[in-house]
Design a protein around this ligand. Structure first.
Ligand SMILES: [Zn+2]
Length: 162
C-alpha cells in the first residue's frame, strides 16, 4: 500500500484493530517518508476448494445464490439472506484456516438456514446431503424437531401461515 500523499511504498503500522464486520482489520499507518497518516482495511483471504479441484475466493454472494433457490416461495427476504451469508462467513472464518472446502461451506449454511426457514432448510439439505429416499427426509425432520424442542424459547421462528 503506497502512501496516498507522496506514493512512498514504505509505511509503519501505528494501530491495528478488527473492523466492525469482524473479519477485516483496520490499520492506521504512518508514511516513513512524509510522516502523514492513513488507514488501510485488510481482509484476510479465504479460499474455497471446490469438488472439481478449483480454488476460488470465498464469496457471500455465492452463498446467497446457493441458498436462494431453496428459498423460492418462502418468506425469506434478501436481508435475511445477507445476514445468513454473514453468519456463514463468520462461522467458516473462526476455523482460522486460509482454505476451506466447499463441503465445509455447505455445512456452515445448514445451521443458520434451519433457524431461518424449515422448508428451505429441508430443500437445501436434500440436495446437499443427496437425499435418496423419504426416510432421509424423515430423519432430517426428526433432527429439526429435536433442535426445536431443545432450543430455548424466543429463538424459534414459527413457520408463517401463507
Ligand atoms: Zn508519504
Amino acid at each position: 500500500m503506497n502512501c496516498p500523499y507522496c506514493r512512498n511504498a514504505d509505511s509503519r503500522v501505528v494501530d491495528s484493530r478488527v473492523a466492525d464486520d469482524g473479519v477485516s482489520i483496520r490499520r492506521r499507518r504512518q508514511c516513513t517518508s512524509c510522516t502523514r497518516r492513513f488507514t488501510t482495511i485488510e481482509t484476510a483471504s479465504l479460499s474455497v476448494l471446490k469438488q472439481s479441484g478449483a480454488v476460488e475466493p470465498f464469496s457471500r454472494n455465492k452463498v446467497i445464490n446457493g441458498v436462494r433457490k431453496a428459498c423460492q416461495g418462502r418468506p425469506v427476504t434478501d436481508h435475511d439472506l445477507a445476514i445468513l451469508a454473514q453468519e456463514v462467513e463468520e462461522a467458516v472464518r473462526t476455523s482460522g484456516a486460509a482454505e476451506i472446502s466447499a463441503h465445509q461451506v455447505g455445512l456452515a449454511i445448514l445451521e443458520p438456514l434451519s433457524r431461518l426457514d424449515e422448508v428451505a432448510y429441508l430443500r437445501f439439505a436434500s440436495v446437499y446431503h443427496n437425499f435418496q429416499s423419504l426416510q432421509d427426509f424423515e430423519t432430517a425432520m426428526q433432527k429439526l424437531r429435536e433442535q426445536r424442542s431443545s432450543s430455548p424459547k424466543g429463538t424459534q421462528r414459527p413457520l408463517s401461515a401463507e
